[in-house]
Design a protein around this ligand. Structure first.
Ligand code: GLY
Length: 375
């Protein structure tokens, strides 16, 4: 840059760019400059669990995170304190304590978090015995040189930091639902491993249709992101993953760019729903890159949903209409504090959670497709 522009021109250009609320290219990597307001109204968004679950206490996840960011707490500390509420709530069977277990009846948890201003990230996958995987993800972020610890290693790391390791995170309800799934599976009759996996998924969908488990908990996940009064963005995604999954399966939630992505100069995106679709498409990264190119949060989220739809071609993943047999939702927040929630299907959860100075409320999710995944 200095070779084609003298120093005085460079300083003048940079000052003008900054005054206009733009970050120079060098600050954001490739792509056009991103708009960075110096001060924005603080805001927290989350999927519906972020307002529905209080673990018997007075506040929901979005309220807790909002309260903390207006008091000046660090943005990632705030969103994690928020999602600890549904993680610890035994009635939220999609995350943390009482999350629906894997095929062996063991609760294995995934989570990751990203810190916009510090450009830090951490995650854990297939973690057993710790009710709050988001806090272990934060410890990976803050106390190691790594971004992802998995399985036994993640558990030993948590143990070494003093986290309580419990023998079993099932509740009576999560265990009873797993036993019902086992009963329906009748594994003696499914010796072909491929047929068995497919059959397990079919039974899960059958239990959804019968209302035994909620769709939001089958791929149960909580995502929460926030922007502070200083315009700092951070986010977290936490989950017990796909119910009855093959032990060791990690979904999108612990993977940077899949179930979560934050660029502090641009915005944040997080997801709930079928993790494999986000792993294949790196959907959260795709959304943040669309924001960087100037897309509105809703349009950026819709682009990712369309990408998922066009990349879903296997017959087993399609319904009778030739459309995906699963749902995915995105929660998108940009640096100006604009936000949106989008969903592949109109049926099922129809809202997401927001907390501002006016308190916690729900806003409608924008659907890409009519009906439900199993229509
Ligand atoms: N989105 C959660 C999962 O698929 O594990």
């Amino acid at each position: 840059m200095m070779s084609s522009m003298n120093r005085r021109e460079f300083v003048r250009t940079t000052a003008a760019v900054t005054a206009a609320g733009l970050v120079p290219l060098s600050a954001t990597g490739s792509g056009p400059p991103a708009r960075v307001p110096t001060s924005v109204p603080p805001l927290v968004i989350a999927d519906l669990s972020g307002i529905q679950y209080r673990n018997g206490g007075p506040v929901s996840a979005v309220e807790k995170a909002y309260q903390l960011i207006v008091e000046g707490a660090d943005v990632v500390d705030a969103v994690i304190a928020g999602v600890n509420i549904p993680e610890l709530d035994p009635s939220e069977s999609g995350v943390g304590y009482g999350g629906l277990p894997n095929a062996d009846g063991v609760v294995q948890l995934d989570a990751c978090c990203m810190h916009g201003p510090k450009k830090w990230a951490g995650g854990v996958a297939a973690l057993e015995g710790v009710r709050t995987p988001s806090l272990v993800a934060k410890a990976v972020m803050e106390q190691t040189d790594h971004h992802l610890l998995v399985g036994k290693g993640a558990q030993e790391f948590a143990r070494s930091l003093g986290f309580e390791i419990e023998a079993d995170l099932n509740t009576e309800r999560s265990r009873a639902l797993w036993l019902e799934w086992k009963r329906r599976m009748d594994p003696d009759h499914f010796l072909d491993p491929k047929a068995r996996v497919r059959h397990g998924y079919e039974i899960g969908l059958e239990m959804l249709r019968e209302g035994l488990i909620e769709e939001a908990h089958y791929w149960g996940t909580v995502h929460c992101s926030a922007i502070t009064p200083k315009g700092e963005i951070g986010a977290v995604t936490t989950t017990s993953g796909l119910a009855w999954k093959i032990p060791g399966r990690a979904g999108d939630s612990p993977i940077l760019g899949a179930g979560l992505y934050v660029d502090g100069a641009v915005g944040a995106a997080g997801s709930t729903g079928r993790g494999e679709a986000n792993l294949y498409n790196l959907s959260s990264y795709l959304i943040v890159e669309q924001l960087r190119r100037g897309a509105q949060p809703k349009d950026a989220g819709m682009d990712a949903l369309k990408r998922i739809q066009s990349n879903t071609i296997e017959r087993r993943l399609l319904n009778d209409r030739g459309l995906p047999r699963f749902n995915v939702r995105f929660f998108v927040l940009d640096k100006k504090g604009d936000h949106a929630g989008v969903t592949l299907y109109a049926a099922g959860e129809t809202a997401y959670a927001v907390c501002t100075e006016h308190g916690a409320e729900t806003r409608p999710l924008e659907p890409l497709l009519d009906g439900s995944p199993t229509d």
